[in-house]
Design a protein around this ligand. Structure first.
Ligand code: PDD
Length: 279
């Protein structure tokens, strides 16, 4: 297993960043997780665009060209020999003596790892549906930026795991369901898909963009507006998406059934469209 660390391929066990890397000390770093299916990188442009947008918003001066970044990512996937995998990319502001303000001379640190991932496991989960629990959204106010500051997400996921659930849904003080710890969230009401609009309060998911495009192309109505936990509990169906879980029906929320507590017809139809597109 090889990893990419600041320009070099190194054995994963020797793949280290400096103790004064700002990613480590301040979570002053962006990341992306991209899927590789049948040796093909999915939605690369979407991931790249989101990373570049994050760099611009955080003033991280990342000078590598799009072509060079893609070439390095593809090389890492190829040398590891995976057909189905997740590529993790992390870009920090760089290494410098600890000081909150930006360093004058640091160069961004890019690291990438890749691991085998069995997307087929999602098919079984899709057939059964998954449960979610709800937690307060206590993240900062720019979660549209994909930074590595994920402690609130980690705690939400751990609460979910402890409860035997797949995901923790992050609910605002007003009772709006924003998204999951690492997934976007949707409900279905009378055949219409409802999902939180893009804003500083959710991550603009790549799988979300794909799902909404496919749904609209199939003449399924999509409404991007906040929805409350009460609405979710009264919905016909609920769903989640991410790069690692392209579409999963949510069949319970805090242990209470959504609809009749089984995956519904809209989820099934969307899942077929999504797998048709990516597999
Ligand atoms: N998570 N919302 C949050 C908070 C996320 O962390 C993610 C992705 C998503 C879905 O985004 P996308 O469709 O681009 O994967 C939504 C990645 C997979 C992770 O942290 O592992």
């Amino acid at each position: 297993q090889l990893a990419y660390v600041a320009g070099r391929l190194v054995p994963l066990r020797d793949a280290h960043v400096h103790v004064e890397d700002r990613g480590l000390q301040f979570a002053d770093a962006l990341y992306e997780v991209a899927a590789v299916m049948n040796g093909r990188m999915l939605d690369w442009d979407g991931h790249l665009t989101r990373l570049r947008r994050g760099c611009a918003a955080l003033f991280i001066e990342f000078s590598m060209s799009d072509a060079a970044l893609l070439a390095q990512a593809q090389r890492l996937v190829a040398v590891n020999g995976h057909r189905d995998a997740l590529l993790y990319m992390q870009l920090s502001r760089g290494t410098a003596r600890r000081d909150h303000g930006f360093p004058l001379h640091a160069r961004p640190t890019l690291v990438m790892t890749v691991r085998r991932f069995d997307f087929a496991q999602r098919i079984g989960q899709q057939a059964r549906g998954v449960g979610v629990i709800t937690v307060n959204d206590m993240r900062w106010q720019r979660v549209d930026l994909k930074t590595t500051g994920l402690l609130a997400n980690v705690l939400a996921k751990q609460d979910a795991r402890a409860a035997g659930a797949f995901e923790g849904w992050l609910v605002s003080a007003d009772g709006d369901v924003r998204e999951g710890g690492s997934t976007n969230a949707y409900i279905v009401r009378d055949g219409t898909i409802i999902t939180h609009p893009l804003s500083a309060h959710i991550l603009p998911g790549i799988a979300r963009a794909t799902l909404l495009r496919l749904a609209r192309d199939a003449q399924i109505t999509v409404v991007e507006r906040p929805f409350t936990l009460d609405e979710a509990l009264a919905a016909d169906e609920a769903l989640l998406t991410s790069t690692t879980a392209p579409l999963l029906p949510v069949v319970t929320i805090d242990g209470r059934p959504v609809g009749d507590g089984a995956p519904g017809p809209v989820a099934a139809r969307l899942a077929a469209l999504v797998w048709d597109e990516i597999a």
